[in-house]
Design a protein around this ligand. Structure first.
Ligand code: LRH
Ligand code: MN
Ligand code: MN
Length: 388
């Protein structure tokens, strides 16, 4: 796409969903470093997300995580989101922090534990009904640590049974997004370890089940853009959990560790129609900001995704196709590298100005005084959930 106004229109319409847990305190198993001014409840997490949206103009949706964001009154939470100009995004289930789930949740050998886990997933669909959320995001920590610990295929049967029950409960405008992860916390087998497993379950379930690609959940060296191209071609790419990593599930800011990889992913998204709203790909962030200030880190992540998207949109598709057809490997690669090496910050500054925003959202947020205000107003902020 080389028409600048079309590129700008595409950038304005891209929605990046931010995670409620990205605004809370988080850390590693070694230490959680608390920061002043972090939210004390889900309402304050929404207020922080609204800051990101106010400065970037492209982040009106917030993912919630249950029970981290459990409230008495979801209608009140939804109304508050609307007052802030936000919508509730994906509801993330959590079947990995309860004592009962030590040996698994929906794949646990004991049917009573499986019932409890499936009931939680059904509760998440109730919350979708109450908040207007379109997406149920499922990630299972289920797996085993030792050879022989449990029946690998039997666990797939149990998983399929639970997924089918939850799928049946979904409304017409609701989707199930199944996330995979190679390992951790399970170290020998994981029940949904890769995109193929997720895809196979989603295919059996039906059109409302799609795969989530969390960019931090693969073996080192995995070609994520291939997975993206394949899933888009099959109509099975439901969402991204963007973050970046140097080693494993590091949950660092998207585009921080490997901006070139993010560009390659966004190239496949653009090339295969994934930016069009009818494809329904949800561009979510899934990150934890352990040592950096949270709202600015989310703003930086959003702009990093926008920069990768802008570069992908600038690829000269005609020149690329011609080079590919003629077998000119170096010319084809050159077309991609030209786009990647373009400084798109002025283009994005222009897009923001056209939206009535400051050209540099990061600087504008720091100058707004919000950080000082929340630090003074909020005492005793929450952990994101991991350390809780
Ligand atoms: C698991 C995961 C999943 C969870 C989130 C907090 O590692 O990526 O998406 O819901 O982290
Ligand atoms: Mn994730
Ligand atoms: Mn993760």
């Amino acid at each position: 796409m080389s028409d600048v106004s079309a590129v700008k229109a595409a950038l304005k319409s891209q929605v990046i969903e931010t995670p409620s847990w990205g605004y809370g305190n988080s850390g590693t198993r070694f230490k959680v470093f608390a920061q002043p001014g972090v939210p004390r409840n889900p309402f304050e997490k929404l207020a922080d997300a609204a800051q990101v949206h106010a400065h970037t103009g492209v982040a009106p949706k917030v993912s919630l995580h249950i029970p981290w964001d459990r409230v008495e009154d979801y209608t009140a939470l939804t109304r508050y989101a609307e007052e802030l100009g936000l919508r509730v995004g994906a509801i993330n289930s959590n079947v990995f922090q309860d004592e009962d789930f030590k040996l698994g949740s929906v794949t646990h050998p004991d049917p009573k534990v499986r019932r409890k886990a499936t009931d939680h997933l059904l509760e998440c669909v109730d919350i979708m009904d109450a908040t207007g959320s379109p997406d149920l995001k499922l990630w299972f920590s289920d797996g085993t640590n030792y050879p022989g610990q449990d029946d690998i295929a039997g666990r797939q049967d149990r998983l399929a049974e639970a997924l089918a029950e939850v799928y049946e409960r979904l409304g017409d405008d609701q989707r199930m997004l199944l996330e995979y992860k190679l390992f951790e916390p399970a170290f020998y087998t994981t029940d949904v370890p890769d995109w193929g497993t997720s895809y196979a379950h989603c295919l059996k379930l039906g059109p409302k089940a799609q795969v989530v690609v969390d960019t931090g959940h693969h073996a080192p060296g995995t070609n994520i853009e291939f997975i993206v191209a394949f899933l888009l071609r099959e109509g099975k790419l439901g969402a991204f959990d963007f973050n970046s990593r140097f080693y494993a599930d590091d949950d660092l800011m998207a585009g921080a560790a490997d901006p070139f990889q993010l560009f390659r992913i966004m190239h496949e998204v653009v090339k295969n129609g994934g930016l069009k709203s009818e494809t329904g790909v949800n561009f979510m962030l899934d990150q934890c900001h352990n040592i950096e200030a949270k709202i600015p880190a989310v703003i930086r992540s959003v702009t990093n995704v926008q920069e990768a998207t802008a570069k992908a949109l600038l690829i000269d598709a005609e020149a690329l196709a011609a080079a590919q057809l003629s077998g000119d490997v170096l010319a084809a690669n050159g077309v991609l590298m030209d786009a990647f090496n373009t400084d798109v910050r002025p283009l994005l500054a222009g897009v923001r100005e056209e939206l009535g925003l400051a050209p540099d959202p990061f600087a504008a947020y720091l100058a707004s005084g919000n950080q000082e205000r929340i630090a003074a107003d909020r005492v005793g902020g929450e952990q994101a959930g991991w350390g809780a």
